[in-house]
Design a binder for this molecule. Structure first.
Ligand SMILES: [Zn+2]
Length: 341
């Protein structure tokens, strides 16, 4: 089968389309014929070698996989060849204390598909059967590959780690990103007033079309803008995935009792937080990592009910995966970049 392998780290790294042996399903695994795989910032970190995880090269990246089951291991039940599936990218053991409580996002033995083992920029990939999720016929492979990771990350942030209530003010940072574009729609669907930040007019227009009530320019003094929009009150929740100075500014427009929920630190992993206003205003900073199975199921349900739509910027064939990486790296992307092997 054909697979895109990362041979050497870098920005860009060395990605090669190669012929390699078909993967075989171990007893608890299934082999999936990949029909679409979404590209995420995580893949860029893999490419650059920027993850705090030791990576074995060559590695096939790609973690947002949709496809059909090609073969199943001898211990696997409940699945048939040909079933349409999405794959939970944060691999979990199913046995540790956190998995047993449904908190697969913080599994002690957690691994990432496309990082710790080969992922979806390939015609086929083997995955643990416990990571399979049934993909309804009404949802296309491309839609699934655009939302099962990014959308469920947002779902986890807005309904699990923080809980958006109707009438809340929610600020979404980075409106055109995969997580941002889903977070706007989910916050709206939950009855919130939504403000989002975007770096270009086109991205801000996209945010409006997804339901954002107000959009602000992320290049300007957006925290001041947000305070103005909310009549100095500030927002109840900031959905943040950038880190660094952006995280600190998020506190500048946070209401009393408000929460900043964060799932990333592209712009900086260390910040100096002002603790005095944090406790005086009873604010919270909440970490969010990946998702649980229930977040993916909720995401698929929202898609089926027409409440969540995929925003796809461009679809690439497998042979042009390196171009897909380059497109995401130059940050001119509106929504998701998808590869269809
Ligand atoms: Zn576990």
């Amino acid at each position: 089968m054909k697979a895109v392998q990362l041979i050497e780290h870098g920005a860009p790294g060395k990605l090669e389309l190669r012929d390699i042996p078909n993967p075989q399903a171990h007893p608890d695994e299934a082999v999936v014929r990949v029909r679409a795989c979404g590209l995420n910032r995580l893949d860029l970190w893999t490419e650059e070698g920027a993850l705090p995880i030791k990576l074995q090269l060559p590695r096939t990246p790609g973690c947002e996989i949709a496809g059909e089951i090609l073969s199943i291991g001898e211990n696997v039940s409940g699945w048939r060849i040909g079933d349409r599936v999405a794959v939970q990218s944060n691999l979990f053991c199913g046995e540790c204390e956190f998995c047993l409580r449904g908190r697969e996002s913080i599994c002690i033995k957690g691994e990432i598909l496309g990082v710790n083992r080969d992922g979806g920029f390939a015609e086929q990939t083997a995955v643990p059967a416990r990571s399979l999720i049934r993909l309804p016929d009404s949802i296309s492979f491309e839609t699934s590959a655009a939302l099962t990771l990014a959308g469920s990350t947002a779902m986890h942030m807005l309904t699990n780690r923080a809980k958006v209530r109707s009438g809340d003010w929610v600020l979404v940072i980075g409106d055109a990103s995969g997580v941002g574009s889903a977070a706007i729609q989910i916050a709206k669907g939950l009855g919130a007033y939504v403000i989002s930040t975007g770096s270009t007019e086109a991205k801000r227009e996209l945010a409006k079309s997804l339901g954002a009530d107000w959009v602000v320019d992320s290049n300007g003094n957006w925290a001041t803008e947000v305070r103005k929009i909310t009549g100095k009150r500030g927002v109840d929740l900031v959905v943040e995935h950038v880190g660094g100075n952006v995280l600190l500014q998020a506190f500048d427009c946070l209401a009393r009792g408000g929460t900043v929920v964060t799932c990333g630190a592209t712009a900086g992993r260390n910040v100096e937080l002002k603790l005095w206003p944090l406790f005086v205003k009873e604010q919270s900073l909440v970490g969010s990592y990946g998702r649980n199975r229930e977040d993916i199921e909720a995401t698929l349900e929202w898609i089926e009910r027409g409440k969540l739509r995929a925003v796809v910027d461009k679809v690439f064939p497998l042979a042009e995966t390196a171009d897909a990486f380059a497109l995401l790296r130059n940050r001119a992307v509106k929504g998701k970049v998808i590869v269809t092997p």
